[in-house]
Design a protein. Structure first.
Length: 475
């Protein structure tokens, strides 16, 4: 394997980018020409999965190389955690973060820790939520005003100034996250009679909320259009790397934090939120004074199926032969690999495993399984915040998903029946085979709990999963 002494790194994260919308992963008709060209020059990982879910726990995985769901939730980056940019900075890399995802530094979240410099391209936020108070969308005149365009343009400008230095550049675009508001001509590529409607995901069972197939088709078209717009502007950044002569000594990685449901399993969104006027809040839970309990939304049973957990991972770099890999990899493996390729010693607490060998050896295995999970909140009635910074009540132990190349297991607390799927015969996860194969599922659950123990998961988070194992043994 050819590795220069000090390679550069560009890590591009696009939020909510469904893997099955890329030609490189088998989609023949959604237009992603830039990323498809990039994939043809890259190592393509066919079994890359998220670990921590959703947005901010996932960013903690990317920036610390740890399985954040085992010890934190949607919250500021805990003090004392070493970060990927910090380690690289101490190794004489110039480290830069350019993001429009609005939560990394807002409200003191501190996800810019360790970067030598950091640009937050402001304006990303849903203008249907009054607390954002963002009028950015009112100023848009052309496509170049969209946030992904501005973010990729900022990254281009930074490269023009620093391409002669040894660098790590982290580019984080919230698009194609909702609201899907690319120019109408993008949606019309996928729905020629597109009428300009923008349907916001309802985060629940779409049929129960009165939506029809036509509504879902409109939402799919606007999302697909935004995917194509994102592809165009990411392509601009990739072209700039070539123009600056950086391709021979720069590793470029493209990935996402999770996918999205567009009707699969009955969901439209990433989770189920609902209003329960009789919901009880756990004793001691901190309910902000400004938020009447009658406003609380409850997060219901929200399993992570493959539409959410399987995401793209494309890696182009010096000396790498393009090809596909079947190794199971997880989000924390990305920073571990970057540190390994840079020759930087990682913290012993790092949970990620470098897949450096897998970049050149198609037969290399990485992990026997991957655990993907919501933060492991420990009690019904606990509160958490999310995208709009509004507290939400947790209705039950949030389920985790254990994935191998041939199976997926969804495991909640002791009161929830597990779900087991045979991915070889049922890749859409429509038939729960747990009743026919309880021993196989229980063994995978046991190994997942052992993994949580090895990660140092706090006891209060472990006990519900141990209770689930005991319930399975008693069944």
């Amino acid at each position: 394997m050819y590795v220069i002494k000090r390679p550069n790194f560009v890590l591009i994260v696009c939020d909510t980018f469904r893997r099955d919308h890329l030609g490189a992963y088998g989609n023949p008709w959604i237009r992603t020409p830039s990323l498809d060209r990039f994939a043809a020059e890259s190592v393509v990982f066919d079994h890359h999965l998220i670990s921590s879910f959703p947005t901010m726990p996932a960013r903690a995985d990317f920036l610390t190389g740890r399985f954040a769901f085992t010890f934190m939730g949607w919250e500021p980056l805990p003090v004392g955690l070493e970060t990927l940019p910090g380690l690289l900075s101490r190794a004489d890399y110039v480290t830069m973060g350019i993001v429009d995802t609005p939560f990394l530094v807002r409200n003191g979240y501190g996800y810019d820790r360790g970067f030598d410099d950091f640009i937050w391209v402001r304006g990303q936020g849903d203008d249907t939520r009054p607390h954002e108070r963002s009028d950015d969308r009112l100023t848009w005149v052309s496509e170049a005003d969209r946030l992904v365009a501005r973010t990729m343009t900022e990254a281009e400008r930074w490269l023009e100034r620093h391409y002669r230095e040894r660098f790590f550049l982290y580019v984080d675009a919230w698009d194609p996250h909702e609201p899907w508001d690319a120019p109408d001509y993008y949606a019309a590529l996928y729905k020629p009679d597109y009428d300009g409607r923008h349907i916001y995901p309802l985060y629940g069972k779409w049929r129960e909320h009165g939506l029809g197939e036509e509504d879902l088709e409109t939402a799919r078209a606007t999302y697909r259009g935004e995917v194509t717009m994102v592809d165009r502007w990411v392509g601009r950044l990739l072209e700039k790397l070539d123009v600056l002569g950086l391709s021979d000594d720069t590793y470029v990685l493209f990935t996402s934090d999770h996918g999205f449901y567009f009707g699969e399993h009955g969901f439209f969104g990433k989770a189920e939120w609902f209003h329960d006027p009789d919901a009880a809040v756990a004793p001691g839970a901190d309910v902000p004074e400004w938020l009447p309990e009658s406003w609380l939304l409850t997060i219901g049973w929200s399993p992570l199926y493959q539409e959410l957990t399987r995401v793209p991972l494309l890696v182009r770099g010096p000396g790498l032969e393009p090809g596909r890999r079947t190794a199971l990899t997880a989000a924390p493996d990305v920073p571990a690999t970057i540190l390994d390729l840079a020759g930087v010693d990682a913290s012993p607490a790092l949970g990620g495993l470098s897949f450096r060998v897998a970049l050149t050896d198609a037969q290399t295995e990485q992990r026997p399984f991957v655990v993907s999970s919501w933060p492991l909140y420990f009690a019904e009635g606990e509160l958490t915040t999310a995208v709009d910074s509004r507290p939400r009540r947790i209705a039950s132990y949030m389920p985790l998903t254990v994935t191998t190349r041939t199976r997926s297991l969804i495991l909640g607390g002791g009161a929830e029946e597990p779900e087991l799927y045979d991915l070889e015969t049922d890749p859409a996860e429509e038939t729960n085979v747990w009743p026919e194969r309880p021993e196989e599922g229980a063994e995978l659950a046991r190994r997942a709990v052992e993994f949580l123990e090895e990660c140092g998961t706090p006891e209060r988070h472990l006990e519900p999963r141990r209770a689930a194992l005991r319930a399975l043994a008693d069944a």
